[in-house]
Design a protein around this ligand. Structure first.
Ligand SMILES: C[S@@+](CC[C@H](N)C(=O)[O-])C[C@H]1O[C@@H](n2cnc3c(N)ncnc32)[C@H](O)[C@@H]1O
Length: 361
């Protein structure tokens, strides 16, 4: 972030403390503008040459941190998590963002969403733009090496999704399956999972195991307890809880995901619907709660529903530290405070970071 004559400028591809020449890319707001660092005059320690030739100013919008080495990427994310939790949740976090293999920070994406250029080639969107940047010769460096790379040409403007990897993968063009099977088989948490090629599964190859381990260690479930898996997808957290002898109910918006969750974890009870509407109908108290909401977080209504059932512990899996900070503040006002918080680098080369917070009364 820089200031020019008192106006804030958000600068992509710069690092804190650097002196850079900025090209203004958007100046439509009174209080702030956006820019891109097109020339580095004084580089920060930790600046590196991006491994991908289309990362950087005016390039692909997917990776916004390739110009920093991985320790610096994690330090920047640590600062963001700490700042958001303090500012929005009044919680002082002392910890580091944990690295997750592969150590290169490349080749981890098991789901790719390509756009097709006007020339019919595969590309990825530029930042805050409909423009499509053609993939370099070696493809996207974040894509898992065992993912099929769709060849040939496509209808300009179409979307090509590649889900899964190796023998269990699929290619969809504008939502239609053109290669592979409609169901992807994944292995995680000592179980086999079936997930629709169109459905949600953790994108980083090690994310499912990493998050399950953090949630299970934090909740420390006891045989005979009850649990809720909120925003359950295909039942990723319900499965290991059932395996630990816990009786689980799950809720998820997508009907397809609920059908898959029921097949993946037959011993748990799943319901399709909005968390905020469904849990109010569930009876009695609950011992453990897992929340893994989308970026907006859970919000006040869900916090109220959860604390009313007096759970022993809550595991909150969050992909947006700001939403987590806000919800941590709401939980604290309702008597539940953070017992531990871990942050994981499951989106290396991008500014994204995943947290697992464990709360208790
Ligand atoms: C971050 S994903 C987590 C899925 C699952 N826990 C996993 O790790 O595979 C969030 C899920 O919440 C679901 N969702 C979004 N809004 C919802 C709502 N209001 N009520 C229930 N589920 C919702 C989405 O369909 C998505 O599957």
């Amino acid at each position: 972030m820089a200031r020019v004559d008192g106006k804030v400028v958000f600068v992509r591809h710069a690092l804190p403390g650097e002196v850079v020449e900025v090209s203004i890319t958007e100046d439509t707001h009174e209080r702030y503008a956006r820019g891109d660092a097109v020339r580095v005059l004084e580089a920060a320690a930790g600046r590196v040459r991006p491994p991908c030739p289309v990362a950087g100013p005016g390039g692909c919008g997917g990776c916004d941190l390739q110009h920093a080495d991985l320790p610096l990427q994690r330090e920047l994310k640590r600062q963001i998590v700490a700042e958001q939790l303090l500012r929005l949740g009044s919680y002082e976090w002392i910890g580091d963002v944990e690295s997750v293999p592969p150590a290169s920070g490349l080749g981890w994406r098991t789901r790719m969403r390509y756009q097709v250029t006007m020339g019919g080639r595969l590309g990825l969107r530029a930042h805050r733009s409909h423009e499509v940047v053609e993939l370099p010769e070696q493809g996207c460096l974040l894509a898992h090496p065992d993912q099929p790379v769709p060849g040939g040409t496509y209808e300009p403007g179409s979307e090509v999704v590649v889900a899964g990897r190796g023998r269990s993968s699929a290619v969809l063009v504008d939502g239609e399956l053109v290669e592979g099977a409609g169901t992807i088989v994944e292995q995680a948490a000592g179980r086999t999972w079936r997930v629709s090629a169109k459905g949600f599964w953790q994108v980083h190859e090690a994310a499912a195991d990493t998050l399950v381990d953090a949630v299970m260690a934090g909740l420390d479930p006891r045989r005979g307890e009850t649990a809720w898996d909120l925003y359950c997808g295909v039942g990723l957290f319900a499965g290991p809880l059932v395996d630990a002898g816990v009786s689980v109910r799950g809720v998820e918006l997508s009907r397809g995901a609920v059908r898959e969750a029921t097949r993946n974890v037959p011993k748990a009870k799943f319901e399709a619907g909005r968390v905020e509407q469904v849990v109010r109908r569930w009876p009695g108290r609950v011992d453990l709660v897992v929340c893994d909401p989308p970026r907006d977080g859970v919000g006040k209504a869900v916090v109220e529903q959860v604390v009313r059932r007096e759970p022993r512990r809550i595991a909150y899996v969050a992909c947006d530290p700001a939403a987590l900070g806000r919800d941590v503040g709401t939980f604290a006002a309702a008597g539940y405070t953070v017992r531990s918080l871990r942050a994981f680098d499951i989106f290396p080369m991008t500014h994204h970071v995943e947290c697992v917070a464990i709360l208790e009364a």
